[in-house]
Design a protein around this ligand. Structure first.
Ligand code: SAM
Ligand code: SF4
Length: 358
């Protein structure tokens, strides 16, 4: 989009946000999106998220009573909507490990029909749940997948092949594409691990209704042995994909979108780049994250959050919940990704991705 159009679009957006009286943080950012983690447990052990040496098979995740119940989640989301919330993405851990997820989706949509509701999943348990999720009103699905090779998938995810594997994920992607208008496939390319599959991933889903998105390997948490030299910058991925055929830039689908989008001229479909390391987007960040135990975090790299479970369980009224969240957001001033180089040494106790909700 040319510079003038972007400015006009942003001005309109600001005006619209003021009209709606959305709350703003200290940097003028509104609260529009929520990543809602329904469970911290996962059936995979992706090395950048839940490395198997730190989280063995028998790792003790949150006990059930410590997780927010569906009723508690519904109450909180109801309190967020008047503050500006428009979009919720169900995440985890692996969200489909939480029994009754489609029921939660249905209740969220029934309570707030205008809310856009998405799900992000590793795809291993997805296919059988697709009809119920669609019937519940879920709007979109993102499936995370880092390789097309069965042997590599097994090595990367630590998944016992007896429980199914890559074939189930691929089958879920096809099935989901037949039901939902747009399916996103997320890949985290990592130097020396799976970078040789970037083109194959993009080409595999070069068709209408599919978007393959490349996420830069992020320094979330403290256990994934992140190294900057393992990050593959989006600029490099973009350049490699440009060699596969012509693409045209696509406009953001909604304000604060994290992905830079490109559409294939031939074949249809699109690719996206999420570049938290090399092209941080803190200035536009409208997301908060609610952990499975009910802590609200303003940023993936936060160290502290607002304990909403404690508030709920101490009998707080709806107005008190709303006020607590409003003042929490209004006090927000983090922009970690933009300050990464200066801040990295200070952040030894930051939360892991599976716990905060990716
Ligand atoms: N289990 C679900 C899944 O894998 O889609 C949902 C939770 S997962 C934490 C959400 C997303 O975060 C996935 O797309 C995953 O690839 C991404 N992710 C996790 N750790 C990451 C990291 N260190 N850098 C970049 N992306 C990461
Ligand atoms: Fe599990 Fe998703 Fe983390 Fe992989 S990225 S370990 S699938 S939560």
């Amino acid at each position: 989009m040319p510079g003038g159009c972007i400015q006009a679009f942003k001005a309109l957006q600001d005006l619209w946000d003021q009209v709606l009286m959305m709350i703003q943080d200290r940097l003028g950012r509104v609260f529009r999106d929520l990543r809602l983690s329904v469970v911290d447990a996962c059936n995979l052990r992706c090395p950048y998220c839940l490395p198997v040496d730190a989280f063995p098979e028998n790792h003790a995740f949150l006990p059930m009573e410590d997780r927010l119940s569906f009723d508690e989640i519904l109450r909180l989301v109801q309190a967020f909507v008047p503050l500006g919330l428009r979009k919720v993405k169900l995440t985890g851990g692996e969200p489909l490990l939480r029994p009754g997820l489609a029921d939660l989706a249905r209740s969220l949509k029934a309570q707030s029909p205008g809310l856009e509701l998405g799900l992000i999943s590793n795809g291993t348990l997805l296919e059988e749940h697709l009809p119920a999720l669609r019937a519940a009103g879920l709007d979109s699905i993102t499936i995370s997948l880092d390789t097309l090779r069965p042997d590599r998938w097994r090595a990367l995810t630590g998944r016992d092949p007896r429980h199914g594997g890559l074939a189930r994920v691929l089958s879920a992607i096809e099935a989901a594409a037949g039901i939902f208008p747009l399916i996103k496939v997320n890949m985290v390319p990592i130097r020396g691990l799976n970078e040789d599959e970037i083109e194959a991933m993009a080409l595999r889903w070069r068709r209408p209704g599919l978007a393959v998105r490349f996420i830069e390997f992020m320094d979330v948490g403290t256990l994934n042995r992140w190294r900057r030299d393992q990050v593959i910058p989006s600029s490099e991925v973009r350049e490699r994909l440009f060699r596969l055929g012509p693409m045209l830039p696509l406009p953001a689908r909604h304000p604060g979108e994290t992905a830079e989008r490109w559409g294939w001229v031939k074949g249809g479909g699109e690719v996206g780049f999420i570049s938290s390391i090399t092209e941080p987007f803190c200035g536009d960040c409208s997301r908060a994250r609610l952990s499975a135990e009910g802590i609200l975090y303003p940023c993936l790299f936060s160290r502290r959050g607002l304990d909403l479970r404690a508030l709920l369980r101490s009998g707080a009224k709806d107005a008190e919940l709303e006020d607590a969240v409003a003042s929490f957001w209004q006090g927000r001033e983090d922009r970690y990704s933009e300050q990464r180089e200066a801040a990295s040494g200070m952040l030894r106790d930051r939360i892991e991705m599976f716990a905060i909700g990716g």
